[in-house]
Design a protein. Structure first.
Length: 262
């Protein structure tokens, strides 16, 4: 995309990164190709998730409507959408962002996904990232969801307040848990600052959505704090693994292969 599609402050930010790239040539976050932060080949392999999707959680479906999981227990967020599937170059880039403080890559991915975000008809007053646990934050030194949230907010001229949502208690790792276990693990695990969210429409941001349990728990905390509505956005979505002979709609939509550290 072109820088002019974004808010002017983000355009300045992006041009600064262009200058940094000229002085210190980067390597692509998806394939390590020299000279790019996000190369054309990786961009071509990253396909936005488009319909038909579950109206609430955004999982691909054979026809419009609600998936089995959302019919059984509706998430707290009004809608969740993910830019692309958690696979290929985007998976590599997200893992790179999780373990290396790569702001240039965050900027490049923001530019790439901005047309997708612009097409979402959501009223947004405030952007908030999913918080890390205190232990994980100390280990890593930063929250990759916060980097993404701040970049997206800058690109759209939205307010971003990462401190508004915090973890009220520690939770187990979600890796290897069933969808039901994930929901129970994070239920009541977050707390929102009412002073910042009351009466506002919130965009909740994370890097990857798996079952959506964490996003739903965060959304519930924001609603409990007085938010009028909560929308959720992630860079990627972990989709059900395909088994030969079984179409996608034969799978439980929120059952996914465990992803280490995601």
């Amino acid at each position: 995309m072109q820088h002019h599609e974004a808010h002017w402050l983000f355009r300045v930010y992006a041009y600064i990164w262009d200058g940094v790239d000229w002085l210190f040539p980067p390597t692509c976050g998806g394939c390590n190709r020299a000279g790019y932060r996000w190369c054309p080949s990786c961009a071509d392999e990253t396909h936005p998730l488009t319909g038909p999707l579950c109206e609430i959680c955004g999982i691909p479906l054979p026809s419009p409507g609600l998936c089995t999981a959302c019919k059984r227990e509706r998430p707290a967020f009004r809608a969740l959408r993910s830019w692309s599937a958690f696979q290929g170059p985007l998976r590599n880039a997200i893992l790179l962002m999780k373990y290396r403080f790569d702001l240039g890559l965050v900027c490049a991915l923001t530019e790439a996904m901005l047309p997708f975000l612009n097409a979402l008809p959501w009223p947004v007053d405030l952007v908030i990232p999913v918080p890390l646990s205190e232990r994980r934050y100390k280990e890593r030194g930063y929250n990759q969801a916060e980097l993404i949230a701040r970049s997206l907010a800058l690109a759209r001229g939205w307010e971003c307040r990462p401190e508004t949502l915090v973890r009220a208690r520690d939770t187990l790792s979600q890796v290897g848990l069933s969808a039901k276990e994930r929901r129970e693990n994070v239920r009541g695990a977050f707390r929102a600052d009412e002073a910042h969210v009351r009466g506002r429409s919130v965009l909740l941001v994370d890097d990857v959505a798996t079952t959506g349990a964490t996003l739903s728990a965060c959304a519930q905390a924001l609603l409990d704090g007085g938010a009028t509505e909560v929308y959720a956005l992630t860079l990627a979505r972990a989709l059900p693994a395909h088994i030969p002979g079984h179409p996608l709609h034969d799978f439980e939509p929120h059952s996914t292969t465990p992803i280490k550290e995601v």
